[in-house]
Design a protein. Structure first.
Length: 185
């Protein structure tokens, strides 16, 4: 990857990290206000920013993983990073498909959505596929159809790489010249 190409990616990942961290602030503000819509707005934006980072670091569905290895190495992101996971974002983004699937597959057509609270204190006796968007503030897990994703891990990883991204993105975007020492004699 040429230096300018690398810097463009680093700057874009930096922007998405900023958006992810601002979204975490939105979730906290929503929690303080006890405003479910505010919380879910923050969660959806956080998941979107995380998925955008994933696409830049690995490509959609990992198809550019090899080509983007230098980018990941430049900011110390391992292949097992929580930034790689996009399943929960897909649940939120493709909710229309999830509703259609739920309609066909659900036996009782019960529906629980926009639940904020501890997972163990949630509605009891429902099938996981009848439970859409849940947020457990004790664990910071987002739960959709029984699948869980820990947002704290995502935020922690974004916080970890943020200063590395700032340092890398501020470097020159051109290749530094290589000088040959010819000596003095």
């Amino acid at each position: 990857m040429e230096t300018f190409h690398l810097r463009v990616f680093q700057r874009q990942v930096l922007d998405q990290c900023k958006f992810l961290l601002k979204s975490a602030d939105e979730i906290n503000a929503g929690m303080a206000l006890r405003d479910t819509d505010h919380i879910l707005y923050g969660i959806q934006n956080l998941l979107n920013a995380g998925a955008n980072i994933s696409k830049m670091l690995w490509g959609q569905k990992g198809k550019f993983a090899n080509q983007r290895a230098q980018l990941r190495d430049s900011i110390g992101v391992a292949d097992d990073s929580p930034l790689r996971e996009v399943t929960m974002r897909n649940n939120f983004e493709h909710i229309d498909e999830r509703i259609d699937r739920w309609w066909v597959e659900s036996k009782a057509h019960n529906l629980a959505d926009k639940i904020i609270g501890p997972k163990d204190g949630a509605i009891v006796g429902m099938e996981p596929t009848d439970m859409f968007r849940m947020f457990d503030p004790n664990t910071t897990n987002v739960i959709f159809w029984g699948e869980e994703f820990n947002m704290r891990a995502l935020v922690t990883e974004a916080q970890r790489i943020f200063p590395l991204l700032q340092a890398e993105a501020n470097k020159p975007h051109w290749q530094e010249p290589v000088f040959i020492d010819v000596g003095n004699g």
